[in-house]
Design a protein around this ligand. Structure first.
Ligand code: 5AD
Ligand code: SF4
Ligand code: FES
Length: 363
């Protein structure tokens, strides 16, 4: 990152930290940037402690499980960082059929998971009718909330998915720096993403967004703007993970993001956005096996166990060496239960709907 802590006086940082607990939502972009630049262990400890307190006050001690199903790795886009990009010919492509997806949802429901996340590349095979049919079947058979994470779709599609029963939508903005966004996404515009997030919100979806950390050329200023964008969107969920280079992409030689910068983003998202669900992402867990425990103590309250079956799971290769590649849903559930208990928290039995009190929803 380009600006180091030495650019700010110790006193300046200390004063912002003092205000952060009560006045987090009002911190300016410059102040968020200053806190992101903290490097000293004492400063980091204070930052994380504040985030943990705010998490307790706003989200409580429950940790929500969101069961992830990566149902197609076809993608029509060419994002420079992503292993699923259409130009990557080395990847074996797959689509799960409806029966396979319903089987995984059933296994999740039987384990008490209250949210399923249906994620894919931007795959035109999954037309409006196919998605609607899948969402309707899940909703009619299981008591489970549905989060969609399928990229850019038309307004008509979004209306139809919502009417079919979809509750939430994840669409990361990836970076709020317009120029960097354009460099990384040859075929999409930041403005379109932001517009779609507004549209989703108006349709009554809970919305999730967030950036990657450590993209080539990205600064702490950019990361502060990422949090500010989520604040302006009134995001219900904020997902953030480190960028991890994939060998079969144009960014194969780029440097990866750091776990520490990602933890700082989790903490600051909690402090500024407050009533928001924040996962410890798989990408962060890939860099640090203890990331879940650390993240839950630094502002996060969600984890997303992966239910994608073999052989598909390893083919959903956004980046290399994803965590839990060989582990069954059952094994991860047992493992997560232990990890949650080790930080004196519990797995929530609720749906984990939006924590926000300031938004009227049309559902
Ligand atoms: N490293 C880390 N995260 C990535 N994603 C895509 N490619 C990478 C990568 N190389 C993230 C993007 C996307 C989410 C599904 O995965 O943020 O929105
Ligand atoms: Fe496709 Fe998403 Fe990967 Fe971009 S980040 S190439 S839209 S799967
Ligand atoms: Fe998958 Fe621990 S969460 S094995």
């Amino acid at each position: 990152m380009s600006v180091s802590e030495t650019a700010y006086s110790h006193e300046y940082i200390h004063n912002i930290l003092k205000r952060a607990h009560c006045q987090g939502p009002e911190l300016s972009v410059g102040e968020i940037e200053a806190l992101l630049s903290i490097g000293h262990p004492d400063g980091l400890e204070s930052l994380y402690a504040i985030a943990d307190k705010v998490r307790k006050d706003t989200a409580g001690d429950g940790i929500h499980l969101r069961g992830l199903i990566e149902f197609s790795n076809y993608c029509r886009r060419n994002c420079l960082y992503c292993g699923l990009r259409r130009a990557n010919r080395r990847l074996t492509r797959y689509r799960m059929d409806q029966t396979e997806v319903l089987g995984v949802v059933q296994a999740m429901a039987e384990r008490g998971i209250k949210t399923v996340v249906l994620q894919s590349g931007e795959d035109p095979h999954f037309t409006q009718a196919r998605m609607v049919s899948l969402v309707e079947k899940i909703k009619s058979r299981f008591d489970i909330a549905i989060t969609l994470s399928v990229g850019i779709r038309s307004q008509k599609d979004l209306i139809a998915f919502r009417a079919a029963g979809a509750d939430r939508y994840l669409l990361r903005h990836e970076t709020a720096n317009r120029q960097l966004y354009s460099q990384l996404h040859p075929d999409s515009r930041l403005g379109d993403r932001v517009e779609m997030l507004h549209a989703l919100s108006e349709l009554g979806y809970d919305i999730g967004t967030g950036p990657m950390v450590g993209l080539p050329g990205q600064t702490y200023r950019d990361l502060a703007l990422d949090i500010d964008l989520a604040r302006r969107l009134k995001a219900d969920m904020f997902g953030v993970g480190p960028f991890i280079p994939h060998p079969d992409t144009p960014l194969s030689e780029a440097q990866e993001g750091t776990a520490e910068d990602t933890f700082k983003m989790i903490a600051l998202a909690r402090i500024v956005l407050r009533e928001v669900h924040i996962p410890v992402t798989t990408a962060l867990t890939t860099l640090d096996a203890e990331a879940r425990e650390k993240g839950w103590n630094r502002g996060a309250n969600v984890v997303m166990p992966n239910g994608t079956p073999a052989p598909y799971r390893e083919q959903y290769e956004l980046y290399k060496d994803k965590r839990c590649l060989q582990d069954s849903l059952k094994r991860c559930a047992v493992c997560l239960q232990m990890r949650v208990q080790s930080v004196s928290r519990h797995i929530s039995s609720g749906y984990g709907d939006s924590l926000r009190s300031d938004r009227q929803r049309s559902s």
